[in-house]
Every structure is written in structure tokens, then in C-alpha cells.
Design a protein around this ligand. Structure first.
Ligand SMILES: NC(=O)c1ccc[n+]([C@@H]2O[C@H](COP(=O)([O-])OP(=O)(O)OC[C@H]3O[C@@H](n4cnc5c(N)ncnc54)[C@H](OP(=O)(O)O)[C@@H]3O)[C@@H](O)[C@H]2O)c1
Length: 335
């Protein structure tokens, strides 16, 4: 059987900005027959995520992330429909997912690597399983639960960077659902700011590409910042940390502004900012959603319930065509 797949064509270099030519689409063949324990599925959705930038390097800098190999198929979170199964847990027509779904039109996978999904949980909106009802939603929800110290009625102010991104837009809403009384987002366009406030229930949003972030934060967070959901790191985070209260908490979700740079993860704070962090006893512990696998199932149920109730608004970017996946990926790193 001939399929199409996307392989890593070249590496951008540790400090380089990725380009579309870093990926190549090509035809490949899959065996016509599957063996015991295997499942053949047709790919429906693939997730393109910032951490993939690290997988484009020879050394990802993380022990839990393997680098993609040159001329080999890339992979990541994916969903498909089973076409043939020789694994007892799966039957034709089942919707299945894996964290390591190859970027190809059809796949043959070991059934032990797959999880079955219940489309009813998302009212048939399957792509949500790669977003709000998948790792993205879990990251926002568990980040807040595990590292945010958010308490109902405590009158806390939350700031979210990368606020219009997949994790950020959910984090602000979940922060509110969990009890924050004020939620302020930071993102890169006026249009995104406006959507955060008018559709996602943020109290205010700052366009970091316009004006002075520190001044705007000061104005918009008059009681200081109690919880900071940090997706981006760098200058934006330095400005937020400056305005954080005593005994406040950073949810160290990601540091996207640093992913095209050869720096360790998490990148150290500049000395003056680190001094503030220590003097004010601000927690900044590493958070990794995969460390909480035992909480994923129950958390997905909560997220799906909020989505069904209309309490969690979801916006997605869906690009059609496997041939566009490399180009789509670049939007994450060229912002
Ligand atoms: N800890 C975990 O377990 C875990 C799990 C999943 C994801 N993450 C992390 O969560 C973060 C967000 O992921 P996501 O899936 O939500 O990404 P996303 O949907 O791609 O959103 C990220 C947004 O960040 C903004 N951005 C990009 N470069 C930036 C820069 N240099 N400075 C400031 N903002 C920049 C962009 O929007 P604007 O510039 O327009 O605002 C972009 O849309 C990433 O750092 C990712 O690695 C962590």
C-alpha cells in the first residue's frame, strides 16, 4: 500500500528559525497485511506543537523528548480511525489516538501504543481530543491545579502569557473557573486581545508588541499578580515577575520565546529578576503534564463537561492537507 508521509529534511540549527524546507513530503509503502497485535488506521488529525521545535535539533535538551531523525518520518499527537485491527481492544471504525502518531496518511501501529477515544465526550468534534480535551487542556488544567495554588474566594489575580495560544486561552478561562477574580492575558495582536476579552472572559489583555508591557500590567493588575501562567518566558515574563506578590506562584508551562535559542530548559532568570523571585518567595517549579498521567482521565472528563456546558470556549486552527504541516508548524516559531 502506498501512503504519503512527511519526513525531516534538514535541521534549522539550534539557534536557527525553522523554514518550510526543513520538511519534505514523500511517498512510502506500508505492508499490505498487519500482524497480531497491530492496528491499521487512517490519519484524521495531527497536532502541531511548540515542543516540536526541540525535536528538530540533534539533541532535544530533554530526556523525555527524542529528536526526529533526518529523512525519517516525523511524529506527534494524532488521531485516526481504525481500518483493520488484529488487537483485541480495537475494532474497525474505532477512533484512536497516540502521542507518537507518524505524520503519514495511514499508519500501522502496535495496539499497545493506542488509546480508544469516545467521540460522544466531545459531541463528535474529534479534533478537540488534540486540544481542549487532550494534552493542551490537560496542560492548562493540571498546571493550574498542581502549581497554581488557586483558591476559590481568595481574590487572586492571574496573568497568562501566550494567552491567545492553545494552552493560554484555556488557562485563563480555567483560572477563572477555579476561582481567580481577575484574569489578564498577554498576546501579540489587537485582534487576539479583543477575542480574549469579548469571547474568552478575560478581564483585560495586553498586546506585547505595542506599548510598555510593565506599565500596562501595573495599571491592569492594581493588586499585583498572584498566579502567573507562563507560556513564553523572556522579557515578558521578567515584566510579570516584577509585579508579582509575596508568596505568589508561577506555573512554568513553557518558554516559547526561547525555543529557537540554544539555552537550557527552563532558562535561568536574569539575576535581578531571580533576586525578586527569591525575595518574594515566588514558586517557579518545573511542570510537565506527562508527569500526571494518573490524573488525565478524570481531568479530561472535567474539561469535556465544561466544554459541553459552554463554560470553556474553544478556538482551533485547523489546516487541511498533510503537505501543509511543515509550513503550519512554522507559525508557532516565527510569531
Ligand atoms: N509543560 C507542559 O507539559 C506543556 C505541555 C504542552 C505545551 N507546553 C508549552 O506551552 C506553551 C504554549 O503551547 P501552545 O500549544 O499553547 O502553543 P501555541 O498554541 O502555538 O501558542 C503559542 C503562542 O505563543 C506566542 N508566541 C510565540 N512566540 C512568542 C515570543 N517569542 N514571545 C511571546 N509570545 C510568543 C504566539 O502568539 P502571539 O505572539 O501572537 O501572542 C503563539 O500563538 C509552549 O511553551 C509549550 O511548549 C507545555
Amino acid at each position: 500500500m502506498i501512503i504519503q508521509r512527511v519526513v525531516l529534511n534538514s535541521r534549522p540549527g539550534k539557534n536557527g528559525v525553522p523554514v518550510a524546507e526543513n520538511f519534505r513530503m514523500e511517498a512510502a509503502s506500508l505492508p499490505d497485511k498487519i500482524t497480531d497485535g497491530q492496528v491499521q488506521a487512517r490519519t484524521l488529525y495531527l497536532s502541531v506543537d511548540p515542543y516540536m521545535r526541540c525535536r528538530m535539533n540533534e539533541d532535544t535538551g530533554s530526556d523525555y523528548l527524542l529528536p526526529w531523525q533526518l529523512s525519517e518520518v516525523a511524529d506527534g499527537g494524532g488521531i485516526g480511525v481504525v481500518e483493520e485491527s488484529k488487537h483485541a481492544n480495537f475494532a474497525k471504525g474505532d477512533i484512536v489516538t497516540s502521542f507518537n502518531w507518524p505524520w503519514q496518511t495511514k499508519v500501522i501501529l502496535d495496539g499497545r501504543l493506542l488509546q480508544k477515544l469516545d467521540p460522544q465526550l466531545v459531541d463528535g468534534h474529534l479534533s478537540y481530543f488534540l486540544g481542549a480535551a487532550g494534552i493542551t487542556g490537560l496542560t492548562s488544567f493540571l498546571g493550574i491545579k498542581e502549581k497554581g495554588h488557586v483558591t476559590q474566594g481568595a481574590n487572586q489575580t492571574m496573568v497568562v502569557s501566550g494567552a491567545a495560544g492553545a494552552c493560554g486561552s484555556l488557562a485563563g478561562q480555567i483560572g477563572r473557573l477555579e476561582g481567580c477574580s481577575r484574569v489578564v492575558g498577554i498576546c501579540g495582536t489587537d485582534e487576539k486581545c479583543s477575542i480574549l476579552v469579548s469571547e474568552m472572559g478575560f478581564d483585560a489583555a495586553i498586546n506585547y508588541k505595542k506599548g510598555n508591557v510593565a506599565e500596562q500590567l501595573h495599571e491592569l493588575c492594581p493588586a499585583g499578580v498572584d498566579v502567573y501562567f507562563d507560556n513564553v518566558g523572556g522579557d515578558i515574563s521578567d515584566a510579570v515577575i516584577n509585579q508579582m506578590n509575596q508568596n505568589s506562584h508561577i506555573i512554568l508551562c513553557g518558554q516559547i520565546s526561547q525555543y529557537n535559542k540554544d539555552v537550557p530548559y527552563p532558562p535561568p532568570l536574569p539575576p535581578a529578576v531571580e533576586e525578586i523571585q527569591k525575595a518574594r518567595n515566588i514558586t517557579r517549579e518545573r511542570f510537565l503534564v506527562l508527569n500526571y498521567m494518573d490524573k488525565h482521565e478524570a481531568s479530561i472528563l472535567q474539561l469535556c463537561q465544561w466544554i459541553k456546558e459552554g463554560k470553556l470556549k474553544v478556538k482551533e486552527t485547523v489546516v487541511k492537507g498533510l503537505e501543509n504541516i511543515g509550513g503550519k508548524m512554522l507559525h508557532h516559531f516565527l510569531a
